[in-house]
Design a protein around this ligand. Structure first.
Ligand code: ADP
Length: 655
């Protein structure tokens, strides 16, 4: 048997084998169109091999011409499928070049059937039997080359340019291996095949067409790279499987932990407005098992009183990326109310837009009920303590009331005298009535403050200026201070940021501290009975601190903490609940109450209260532009003397 037939048949068989392998791969992986195109390409390659063999075995020039004409079909198929393959696999190559290659090659195919015998030759005069490969002879045409063959050769030149362009683009993109193996093989083997065909057609060498060998090399290189790809993909899939298994395990562990901690986990897809939530979470919020949940659904189950604050917390997280935290009440479908705490984190995309929020929620109803109960008890105790303190002050409060009342009486008697006189002086009468009105207001003010302090009620949250609280308290116990001959100085920072709190409770704290301070100074010489109340900003503008400094008996160091314990008292008639109530009140305001002895004598009691968040920023901004609030000159006031300009003046009772 002829060696040529064996070798060319093996070549065709190799092409067909590769074609079927790629076809099978494509069948398994339908989106891998590059495999399908490569499979078609390999079939065309096998056909090309068969045509080359037939050309070598042609008996007459006419036969050669016909075979060469029909060989144009597999050549067209190989060229076009290679272009498509490069676009699909290398994802590169300019489209206009691709279209040019296909267009010119199609034109060559059409011209091939217009010319007789074909596009390569105008006429084939004879066939020459050339001895080739181990003494075997092959047919080589002798004839006139068709100048239109340049069209076909132009398409091949464009094809090589297209390969070069695609290879460079893939290389630049960083796809080095594909560029080197596939792009390199495409350029090299097509250049060899085209070069050999050109030499044969133009009669420069006398040899058969040998494109099939280049083609086999080409397809083998492409096959190598694609198998490599498949191998890598398989490894990747294995790794993915392993990490998916890890992920599943982590997820299971997390779910276990979440369920052990009674947490409902959720994920809010902000873009699609869909909320995924674990079964535990559904039970927590009272959502039906298969119910679709979006943000509106979540909002609707919120208690109307808490809706605003929750929406604000969500809005704040989405805007600033801060952790979402809120405690709110959920109204379940059966009307039951459940306290829930929620925490979450926001994820942003590359443009800084929030895309997802994930977090967990838990039932805190029991804790909240306990807190509310504790608050109620604290209220009662605080009220009791207030009543006790005011009871102690009752004498001076009565005095405070008797002053305006006796003034009213005196004025009224004077008015009566004027009226009994026939020539009543209207101007004088008006002045007297004005005095009566202002004295009445003064008495009314005392009663209003008293009523406020004696009132029983839940803790209120208001924006408060601590300087005002200090002034209000001093007005209330003005008479008591006068009676005890205590001088009070106030050093209040101007533009003090506001705090959030209950005015009555904070007045109560200050009242307690002032009363204690006066009692601590009771045994001192009257000239030493000096009380200083200061306000200042601390914690980098994060808190307001109020301090009450006395010149009294000081606190023994070992009792410094004990004095805050309930029922600890060193006084004969003391109940020992004042400071402990003050501490709970300040703690409920997220603040601190503490005491320290002064260097010379007496003690100072301090309490700090956090500044409202928005105000912290304002204060910090003010600091950063150079007008540090803490350094604003302090405004000195003498609150109890009635001579507010001179704070150091000894107190003179004004009755
Ligand atoms: P009470 O005044 O009924 O004793 P408090 O809780 O107000 O109860 O005070 C507890 C104790 O703390 C007081 O008995 C006193 O020993 C001590 N104390 C409070 N304020 C001062 C002060 N300014 N100087 C010295 N000791 C004080």
């Amino acid at each position: 048997m002829s060696w040529i037939i064996i070798v060319w048949s093996m070549n065709a068989a190799a092409c067909l084998t590769l074609a079927s392998i790629y076809f099978l791969v494509w069948c398994k992986q339908r989106e891998g169109w590059a495999y399908f195109v490569l499979s078609c390409n390999a079939v065309a390659g096998a056909a090309l091999t068969a045509f080359e063999l037939a050309l070598m075995r042609a008996q007459t020039g006419e036969q050669y011409g016909v075979i060469l004409r029909w060989a144009a079909f597999p050549v067209w198929a190989v060229v076009v499928s290679l272009v498509v393959f490069v676009r699909l696999y290398l994802r590169a190559g300019r489209p206009w070049l691709a279209w040019s290659v296909c267009g010119v090659r199609t034109l060559a195919l059409i011209l091939n059937f217009i010319f007789v015998p074909n596009l390569s030759y105008l006429q084939i005069i004879s066939l020459k039997q050339v001895s080739w490969w181990g003494g075997e002879t092959v047919s080589v045409p002798v004839g006139e080359t068709n100048p239109w063959i340049l069209v076909a050769q132009l398409s091949l030149l464009l094809l090589i340019i297209f390969f070069v362009d695609a290879t460079i683009a893939a290389w630049r993109r960083g796809d080095w291996q594909r560029a080197l193996v596939v792009g390199g093989a495409l350029i090299f083997f097509s250049a060899v095949a085209v070069g050999e065909a050109v030499l044969v057609v133009w009669g420069i060498i006398q040899a058969p067409f040998l494109a099939c060998f280049s083609y086999l090399g080409l397809i083998a290189a492409m096959g190598y790279q694609m198998s490599n790809d498949m191998l890598q993909r398989a490894q990747l899939a294995r790794r993915l499987q392993a990490s998916e298994a890890d992920l599943r395990e982590t997820q299971e562990r997390m779910e276990l932990a979440a369920s052990a901690a009674d947490l409902g986990m959720w994920l809010w897809d902000i873009v699609r407005n869909e909320i995924w939530i674990t079964d535990k979470g559904r039970v927590l919020f009272g959502f039906a098992p298969s119910e679709k949940i979006d943000f509106d659904r979540f909002q609707n189950m919120l208690h109307p009183e808490d809706r605003e604050s929750v929406l604000q917390a969500v809005e704040n997280s989405l805007r600033t990326g801060a952790e979402y935290r809120s405690e709110y009440r959920a109204v379940l479908p059966d009307g039951q109310i459940r306290w829930i705490v929620g925490r979450g984190d926001v994820e942003f995309n590359g443009d800084g837009q929030p895309v997802r929020m994930r977090g967990a929620s838990a039932d805190i109803t029991k804790r909240k009920e306990a807190e509310l109960e504790a608050a109620r008890q604290r209220e009662q105790l605080a009220h009791l303590s207030r009543v006790t303190t005011l009871g102690e002050l009752s004498g001076s409060i009565a005095h405070e009331l008797s002053l305006p009342l006796s003034a009213i009486l005196t004025n009224a008697q004077a008015a009566q005298r004027i009226l009994s006189n026939d020539r009543g002086d209207l101007v004088e009468l008006r002045e007297i009535l004005n005095d009566i009105v202002s004295e009445d207001k003064r008495a009314g003010e005392v009663i209003r403050r008293l009523r406020l302090l004696l009132k029983k009620g839940e803790m209120q949250q208001h924006s408060l200026g601590m300087n005002d609280v200090v002034r209000d308290v001093l007005k209330l116990i003005r008479s008591d201070l006068i009676n005890q001959k205590v001088t009070v100085e106030t050093e209040l920072v101007q533009n003090l940021p506001t705090v959030s709190g209950d005015p009555v409770q904070l007045q109560q704290v200050l009242l307690n501290l002032v009363v204690n301070a006066c009692e601590a100074m009771a045994s001192c010489n009257t000239s030493k009975r000096r009380l200083v109340i200061r306000t200042r900003i601390e914690n980098d503008g994060g808190a307001v601190v109020v301090s009450v400094t006395d010149q009294g008996i000081s606190i023994p160091e070992e009792k410094m903490e004990k004095i805050f314990e309930p029922f600890f008292s060193t006084k004969e008639k003391g109940m020992g609940i004042g400071l402990s109530v003050c501490r709970t009140i300040i703690a409920a305001h997220r603040g601190k109450l503490w005491a320290a002895n002064n260097l010379d004598r007496g003690a100072t009691f301090y309490f700090s209260l956090p500044i409202k968040v928005s105000l912290v920023t304002t204060a910090l901004r003010r600091r950063s532009v150079g007008s540090d609030t803490a350094e604003v000159p302090r405004h000195r006031e003498a609150a109890t003397t009635g001579t507010e300009k001179d704070s150091s003046k000894e107190l003179i009772p004004d009755s």
